[in-house]
Design a protein around this ligand. Structure first.
Ligand code: PMP
Length: 350
């Protein structure tokens, strides 16, 4: 039987599927509600009119984009690597550092890909439960890394799905006490005021991953990047597939990064909407609403049917299922109009 040839760890594994529903109120994947700005659109149109090079492979090193990122972050181009989403870079990093059976320490709850990518790369995820208020248990993380001789530690800040930041001083405490490579996932970093990027020289075993999929509205183009000391970036390069990022993704991401005024306005808009949504959600009885430094909000409710009830009204949020009678839902901050619709429907249901 074919199944007998499939790796044991994968026999119960579920491939990733997600419904594609761009026309609905889609608040389930932390995407931006904004697509290309007028500035970027006109650059794209001009480029299409004169471009003749789609018959050639893209620049395998994404040089123009890496140079733009290096100048944006005031680092050298050698400190930057680009991937097909930060997902690809997470995978590359595992491929570099994991021998079969090696442990990867990850927070729980956090982004589900950490666990699946570890298993796909023959590693063993060791999950460290966050505290009850979802803060990071700093000494437990250090202890677990040392106990299991971990090969990678992943810290997600702001954390998905809880929305809270891991303060810089706590990351520093961890980095000073953990020797293995540390992946700092700042996929939602633009919505908070903190970043570890200025500290990459001080902590050369640390690499920071960011993405154009959230604040920059390019989820459809799949562009992510990593910034770290030269040695760790060179290491991740070992497993980066050739020609990974296509021509259009490289071009558009470069233009979007340079569209600073629009980016600032959009991020500010979403942060204002986030605070408004938190305030309004807290007025609805029987929902517990967590603070957020990201573009999504985590809520808890005893109404186990809430996600289904929202779906019937064509509003899609991310459900993490019911645990001990409590349903956990993650809601992406949308446009004012989408958020108002969500609040209206929620008030009519609860
Ligand atoms: N990290 C976190 C914490 C995420 O939530 C996501 C996307 N959901 C990613 C990484 C992957 O982002 P990308 O689209 O860049 O692959």
């Amino acid at each position: 039987m074919l199944k007998d040839y499939i790796r044991k760890e994968l026999r119960e594994f579920k491939p990733y599927h997600a419904a594609f529903r761009p026309q609905k109120i889609k608040l389930d994947a932390n995407e931006s509600p904004f697509s290309l700005s007028e500035n970027v659109k006109s650059k794209l149109i001009q480029w299409i009119e004169k471009e003749e090079n789609l018959n050639l492979y893209p620049d395998t090193d994404s040089t123009e984009l890496r140079e733009a990122l290096a100048s944006f972050w005031k680092v050298n181009v050698e400190n930057v690597i680009c991937g097909v989403g930060s997902d690809q870079l997470i995978d590359c990093m595992m491929k570099v550092f994991l021998e079969p059976g090696d442990r990867v320490v990850i927070p729980d709850p956090s982004f589900s890909m950490y666990r699946s990518t570890t298993i796909l790369n023959h590693g063993v995820p060791i999950e460290v439960k966050l505290n009850e208020d979802y803060t990071y248990p700093v000494s437990e993380i250090i202890k677990t890394c040392n106990k299991y001789n971990s090969k990678i530690l992943i810290l997600c800040t702001p954390n998905n799905p809880t929305g809270n930041l891991l303060p810089t001083r706590q990351i520093e405490e961890i980095a000073q006490n953990v020797k293995c490579p540390i992946l700092i996932d700042e996929a939602y970093g633009e919505f908070s005021n903190e970043t570890m990027i200025p500290l990459i020289e001080k902590y050369p075993h640390m690499v920071v991953f960011r993405t154009f999929s959230k604040a920059y509205g390019l989820a459809g183009l799949r562009v992510g990047y990593g910034i770290g000391d030269r040695e760790i970036i060179d290491a991740i390069y070992l497993t980066k597939p050739p020609y990974n990022l296509n021509v259009l993704s490289q071009k558009i991401a470069t233009w979007v990064l340079q569209d600073e005024k629009v980016n600032r306005e959009r991020i500010d808009y979403l942060k204002t909407e986030r605070e408004y949504l938190i305030k309004e959600l807290r007025k609805i009885p029987n929902i517990k609403v967590f603070d957020s430094d990201a573009n999504f909000i985590l809520i808890e409710t005893q109404n186990s049917e809430l996600a289904n009830q929202l779906e019937k009204k064509e509003i899609f949020v991310r459900s993490f299922g019911v645990c001990e009678g409590t349903l956990l839902l993650r809601i992406t901050v949308g446009t004012k109009e989408q958020n108002e619709k969500l609040l209206k429907v929620l008030k009519s249901i609860i």
